[in-house]
Design a protein around this ligand. Structure first.
Ligand SMILES: Cc1cc2nc3c(=O)[nH]c(=O)nc-3n(C[C@H](O)[C@H](O)[C@H](O)COP(=O)(O)OP(=O)(O)OC[C@H]3O[C@@H](n4cnc5c(N)ncnc54)[C@H](O)[C@@H]3O)c2cc1C
Length: 260
């Protein structure tokens, strides 16, 4: 069995919020280090309160956060750590859709993080999953934007409880979001996108910005390489299985609690 000196610490890579607070009681005075390749912690407005709470806790617990630091399998920090929690998140899925590099295409994360990149008032959200619907509503609520969601399934926000779906549909109606279901996006053009409807007819939807929200895939490639070298490294959050803030916090808590 591997000897673990808790006082020398735990290294957690990725987003600081969903996990390390729960580590504290388990690792006592040990040093907690979080490496993150992003410049700062943060996120959407709606979860600002949660982030603020975590920010305070991390500060109070003396968790060291190293921003602008990208971990690779050969990073010396990994060799020094007794425990490694990998919270590398998920990447946007890039489907085989032509024109993903169109100047009017914008990844849904960027639409949140850099709202100035959402140009014009005719906005198309490609993908009616939870992140697409959430983005569409946020933009529509601004008042000046006419938003259309294009989704290939016969409903939007299918990955949520029925009661949430009801609430979403009510808001979609209230803010006048146009929803095209059974429309599969095939091409992003310079002035919108082309989709195939249920009869496989091409439908052109015009817009100034196409927000791409085709879903996410666990960031496994790097995690696998790190685990090859450090088999005891534990995957948590979206990097293990794409979920939400709640599932990420739970998996981080469980992993931290399991540290002997
Ligand atoms: C557009 C969008 C909207 C969402 N809205 C909601 C919502 O309203 N409610 C909800 O519950 N969930 C929402 N989610 C899901 C939620 O954001 C994720 O489930 C959650 O953030 C996953 O947490 P995580 O810590 O696993 O990964 P992430 O939060 O993605 O964090 C991963 C971190 O790892 C860092 N990283 C990656 N590689 C390295 C490396 N080599 N070295 C160092 N750092 C690295 C990244 O920079 C990033 O900071 C949304 C997701 C998206 C995409």
């Amino acid at each position: 069995m591997r000897a673990v000196d808790l006082r020398s610490g735990t290294l957690s890579i990725g987003h600081p919020y969903p996990h390390n607070v729960s580590n504290d009681e388990r690792i006592g005075g040990g040093q907690r280090i979080i490496k993150d390749k992003r410049r700062k912690t943060g996120g959407k407005k709606g979860i600002a309160k949660l982030l603020e709470w975590f920010e305070t806790q991390l500060k109070n617990l003396g968790v060291k956060i190293c921003f602008n630091t990208e971990i690779t399998p050969s990073s010396p920090e990994l060799a020094d750590a007794d425990e490694i929690l990998l919270a590398l998140g998920a990447d946007s899925w890039v489907p085989p859709v032509e024109g993903m590099d169109s100047p009017i295409a914008l990844d849904v994360r960027d639409a949140h993080l850099k709202p100035e990149l959402v140009k014009g008032n005719r906005i198309i959200v490609a993908g009616g999953g939870l992140s697409g619907v959430d983005c569409a509503l946020e933009l529509a609520m601004q008042g000046s934007k006419k938003v259309t969601i294009v989704e290939m399934l016969d409903n939007i926000a299918v990955d949520t409880a029925f009661i949430n779906q009801q609430a979403i549909h009510a808001k979609i109606k209230e803010y006048g979001v146009n929803v095209l279901t059974k429309h599969k996006v095939t091409r992003i053009t310079s002035d919108g996108l082309i989709a195939l409807d249920a009869n496989r007819n091409e439908v052109a939807v015009k817009g100034d910005t196409v927000v791409t929200a085709f879903g996410t895939r666990a960031n496994k490639a790097l995690a696998d390489k790190i685990q090859e070298k450090y088999p005891h490294a534990v995957l948590i959050g979206d990097c293990n299985r794409v979920g939400n803030i709640g599932t990420s916090i739970t998996s981080g808590f469980t992993a931290a609690y399991a540290i002997q």
